[in-house]
Design a protein around this ligand. Structure first.
Ligand code: NAP
Length: 344
């Protein structure tokens, strides 16, 4: 049987960009089929749960001890074959974007700089500046953890929607270990410049629109506006922009003329959660050991590196409550809560 290295002194705070989270009983990194099977076997023999960790950039883990096995796939190979880009799940997502742009392949340039791993990218259908991974996603390979069998999910199987996929549904969440993703990009395609903020940055700097300039511009805007997880613990956008019915959106726009709501293809409106949180007074505020970024109200932060998971949790609930009181809109979390009350 293939040997795997079981580590017993890891904490989620070492492994997540929020730098929050309790001790882990067993942690193991796997890089090939044999190691994956050996890790599954170890969990089975010890009758313990498996938690699959990606880049740790989109989760908030409780401070409670985790009694099971945390499994991380660390293969990082990125291959380009014509217009097909294949990335192992452990590859850094931005390395995939860089490779695609270097190869003059269009389709993910706006997704530059999003933290996390390639394997985690389809789970929440990452998106930015009007591009989503679902637009270029062909398929993925994964292991069904219960059966120990390799399976494939096509684009349709993943049931993508705004920051959502089938993998976030209860029946699929943590049931699959994603090992490889396949993207179909477009050789020499024109870059996507849909959002005003991106267009303005390119125009203000007299940049022609190319995959390279769009990538550079996105990276620059992100560095100026979002919190860098290497500097301050955070998990990117904590809340999703709510998508609401036309009637409610029109009333909101009448009552709050400054609110930014965009008409969607399905006739509903997507309203900017960051603006609502800011006008509910939360931008830059702290609550116990947790805080809201002073740069971008959608981002919750670990201000001094000592945040307690429960405080971040309670802060997010307070924000949801205040936004609901002021706007009658219930915000949904984009970040997944792990090991709160034993649930994951
Ligand atoms: P922004 O450009 O200041 O725009 C503010 C909001 O309005 C955004 O949330 C965006 O919605 C929406 N918006 C702007 N132009 C739009 C258009 N032409 N059509 C439809 N909606 C439009 O946004 P920002 O806060 O600086 O963020 C920039 C981009 O990075 C956003 O797309 C954001 O979602 C993305 N981002 C993604 C992640 C992630 O995937 N984890 C993390 C951080 C930021 P959307 O947010 O729905 O695009």
């Amino acid at each position: 049987m293939t040997k795997i290295k079981i580590i017993t002194d890891k904490k989620f705070s070492d492994l997540t960009t929020f730098r929050v989270g309790g001790p882990i009983k067993y942690y193991v990194e796997v890089g090939n089929d044999e190691e994956i099977k050996a890790a599954f076997q170890f969990a089975k023999e010890n009758k313990i749960k498996i938690f699959i960790l990606g880049g740790g950039s989109d989760i908030l883990v409780s401070d409670e001890p985790f009694d099971g096995l945390v499994l991380k796939y660390i293969g990082t190979e990125i291959l380009v074959d014509g217009e097909m880009v294949t990335a192992e799940a452990g590859a850094v997502w931005d390395d995939v974007v860089k490779k695609a742009v270097d190869e003059n392949l269009q389709g993910i340039e706006c997704l530059s700089g999003i933290p996390g791993s390639a394997g985690a990218a389809p789970v929440q259908n990452i998106g930015a500046y009007g591009q989503e991974i679902k637009d270029t996603f062909e398929k993925l390979e994964a292991y069904d953890i219960a059966l120990g069998k390799k399976v494939t999910f096509t684009n349709i199987d993943c049931n993508f929607s705004y920051r959502e996929s089938i993998f976030k549904n209860k029946e699929y969440w943590q049931k699959y270990l994603i090992t490889k993703i396949f993207l179909k990009l477009k050789k020499n395609g024109a870059p996507s410049v849909k959002y005003e903020s991106l267009k303005k940055d390119l125009d203000d700097n007299d940049q022609e629109y190319s995959l390279k300039t769009v990538r550079e511009s996105v990276l620059k805007i992100r560095a100026g506006k979002f919190e860098n997880p290497n500097v301050i613990g955070n998990a990117g956008s904590f809340f999703k922009n709510p998508i609401i019915d036309k009637e409610k959106a029109l009333t909101l726009m009448e009552n709050f003329p400054e609110i930014s709501c965009r008409l969607q293809d399905d006739g509903r409106y997507k309203c900017f959660a960051g603006w609502m949180i800011e006008s509910a007074g939360w931008k830059g505020k702290t609550y116990k050991t947790a805080g809201v970024s002073p740069r971008h109200a959608l981002i919750l932060i670990n201000p001094t590196g000592t945040a307690k998971a429960q405080d971040v949790h309670d802060l997010s609930e307070k924000i949801i409550e205040d936004v609901y009181k002021k706007f009658g809109v219930k915000l949904d979390k984009e970040v997944q809560f792990i090991n709160f009350n034993g649930k994951f």
